[in-house]
Ligand binder design. Structure first.
Ligand SMILES: Cc1ncc(COP(=O)(O)O)c(C=O)c1O
Length: 394
């Protein structure tokens, strides 16, 4: 494993792909061609919140495919599955977030939000946070923090400042020149960094005072992962723009930029077509997403997230090799002494049928983010392998 090149005709992004050869996936397990099964404790990086192969999602995909799969670029024709998704999604959000623009990915939702923030305020300055990850395009990279991912492609979009999370003094950088502040409501790639309630409320206040848009990126933290449908519900703060992606598509690619109608209407003139996408709002994907949201709301799945997350952290936090566990619901970072220890824990878990993963911007921690509907039995099994992995490092 680990050094295998997957396919001579496919681009590689790293010389060390994990290299599992997947046969199929069901529930919380991924099955490989060599007959092994792996407990998915990362959900394909916070995507498979319902696990794999949800029947209602598959049925919705088939039903939409029978009708049609693509008829027009975004925004020109009325399409029921797209409208239905917007109705379900906005029904789960505060009233002020009533208008959805569906795109192809989380990255594209961020790109669209950058454009909306700049054109609607007439300002160019953007502020983001140390540790931020907002995507892989040049715009979203410019507001992401990790220099390791940026230096080789500079110059990036100008007029971006970074400030520190949970430092009230850093809010002074937000002024009447600032178009928008981008923040992951819970920072993911930084190793699960959680804003203080007082800080997020002060940030909201400062944005309102300066006419700056607050853009919350819940591409990872949304859709129930933290124990509420939206992570900002933990803070009693509402953003001007919300960006979603990942788990929203129930396993298919989608992003969403959501705001109030008056703000979103700035895309329709001066100039019109402020954001253009061919496949954004694809009807098959919207059907899957809508079915996925309805499934997520069933059976107390989101209500179970906090208890499941607490079970993981309370089972592991006292372990002598654990330096710290940062956790909100099933969004968890387990910090060890070093990157080497993280690699050993990862290797042990994989060899014993449990998938964990690294963070790009926090090398001495690994991530745990299982499907939100993981059964108690699977969760117990996952935690027991994690414990063994930590024991093996002691
Ligand atoms: C917080 C956050 N924002 C944006 C993105 C970009 O999403 P995508 O890679 O799906 O375009 C990611 C992806 O990991 C993310 O975690």
């Amino acid at each position: 494993m680990n050094t295998l090149l997957l396919d001579k005709h496919l681009a590689q992004t790293t010389p060390f792909p994990v290299g599992l050869e997947v046969s199929h996936a069901a529930g919380s397990y991924i099955y490989t061609k060599d007959g092994k099964k792996y407990l998915d404790m990362i959900s394909g990086l916070s995507v498979s919140n319902l696990g794999h192969g949800n029947q209602a999602v598959k049925d919705a995909i088939h039903a939409q495919l029978e009708k049609y799969s693509h008829v027009m670029v975004y925004g020109e024709f009325g399409q029921d599955s797209v409208s239905d998704l917007a109705a379900t999604l906005t029904g789960l959000l505060p009233n002020s977030l009533d208008t959805c623009y569906f795109v192809n990915s989380g990255t594209e939702a961020i790109e669209a939000a950058i454009k909306l923030a700049r054109r609607s305020t007439g300002r160019s300055e953007l502020i983001a946070f140390n540790g931020a990850y907002h995507g892989g395009s040049t715009g979203s990279l410019a507001i992401s923090y990790n220099e390791e991912k940026k230096y080789a492609v500079r110059p990036l979009m100008p007029d971006v400042k970074f400030i520190e999370l949970n430092k009230l003094e850093s809010l002074e950088y937000i002024t009447e020149k600032t178009a928008g502040v981008f923040l992951e409501t819970i920072q993911g790639d930084a190793g699960i960094r959680i804003p203080d309630v007082a800080f997020l409320r002060a940030l909201r206040k400062k944005c309102t005072e300066t006419g700056t848009l607050l853009i919350l990126d819940e591409i990872q933290a949304g859709m129930g992962r933290t124990g509420k449908f939206s992570a900002f519900e933990h803070y009693d703060v509402v953003p001007d723009i919300l960006c979603l992606g990942k788990a929203l598509g129930a396993g298919l690619p989608i992003g969403a930029m959501i705001s109030g109608r008056a703000l979103m209407e700035k895309f329709t003139h001066d100039p019109m077509l402020g954001h253009i996408t061919t496949f954004g709002g694809n009807p098959v994907i919207c059907a899957a997403a809508n079915a996925g949201l309805k499934e997520l709301l069933k059976d107390g799945i989101i209500a179970s997230v906090e208890t499941k997350g607490d079970y993981i952290s309370s089972s592991l936090s006292a372990h002598p090799v654990v330096k710290e566990i940062r956790q909100k619901g099933l969004f968890i970072a387990i910090e060890l002494e070093s990157a080497e220890k993280v690699q050993q824990a990862f290797d042990y878990c994989l060899a014993n049928g449990v998938i964990t993963f690294w963070f790009l911007s926090c090398k001495n921690a690994f991530r745990i983010a299982p499907p939100l509907n993981i059964t108690d039995e699977d969760l117990k099994h996952g935690v027991s392998v994690l414990k063994d992995a930590l024991d093996s490092l002691a």
